[in-house]
Design a protein around this ligand. Sequence first.
Ligand SMILES: Nc1ncnc2c1ncn2[C@@H]1O[C@H](COP(=O)(O)OP(=O)(O)OP(=O)(O)O)[C@@H](O)[C@H]1O
Length: 283
Amino acid sequence: MNAHPALAARQHPVVQVSNLVRSFGRGPNILDGLDLTIRAGEFVALLGRSGSGKSTLLRTLAGLDTAPAGTVTVPAERAVVFQEPRLIPWKRVWANVALGLRTPDARERAIAALSEVGLSHRLEAWPLTLSGGEAQRAALARALVREPKLLLLDEPFAALDALTRLKTQGLVASLWRAHRPAVLLVTHDVDEALLLADRVLVLDQGRIGFDLHVNLERPRHHAQPAFATLRSRLLRELGVEEENPEEPVEELRAPTRSRAPAASSRRLEDAVWSASADALARS
Ligand SMILES: Nc1ncnc2c1ncn2[C@@H]1O[C@H](COP(=O)(O)OP(=O)(O)OP(=O)(O)O)[C@@H](O)[C@H]1O
């Protein structure tokens, strides 16, 4: 039996990277024969140690780095959101979102996109009067108004405070559900990757060293046992030792490496993650 047309369309590869190599100056290869396929509608998160080349890969897919060797196939309809919103300060919020749209209904499309991210009341505002979360939502609207087949997110939540980050993650989850672009999300946050993505990749020594299929129902919660199992696997891949809550207190105090957050900060982390699950469930 043939797959449903919508499903078949989603399975079609939109990103195909083969033998990608990139170095800077006379330095070592940061990307070193990297292969990657991302299918239509797939949400992929990319983890890796600092300096492993995550942003270099994202910039290559965005077409911002034209120097690498190898084969890169990406759709023309793609958009990027960075850690900082990069809005043009002398254009109103709606005009930032409409920027580059060539159709007569550009303003209407910008307004619709801003409404989707909850910014209908800030259409005429100047970017510098927006809060950090609002500015990042405007950046998301600017990306989505182009109806990209590929959405590239370079640590888009990293500069936001904890609660705004949770809300914005929930917003990205619901925008993705509504529009279904393929997404590549660069992040340092294992839990964020597992909350949002279908696949989590780990970049290591210039290649995709680990490719984890996240077979958890949505919305996800970090307290689910299966979530914790995947989290442990990813942390191991990243070379991070996990805290064992059953460990005796003396061992936690051992002056080796900082391994466990204090009990109170752990409780705070749990509370924040409960809020996260709620935010994602509501989104
Ligand atoms: N334009 C550049 N010129 C020289 N070196 C560069 C340039 N861009 C990146 N690099 C180097 O390439 C390596 C990979 O950088 P990249 O920003 O891709 O890593 P990353 O995994 O995104 O790091 P982080 O997680 O810290 O953001 C780093 O050693 C960086 O210094």
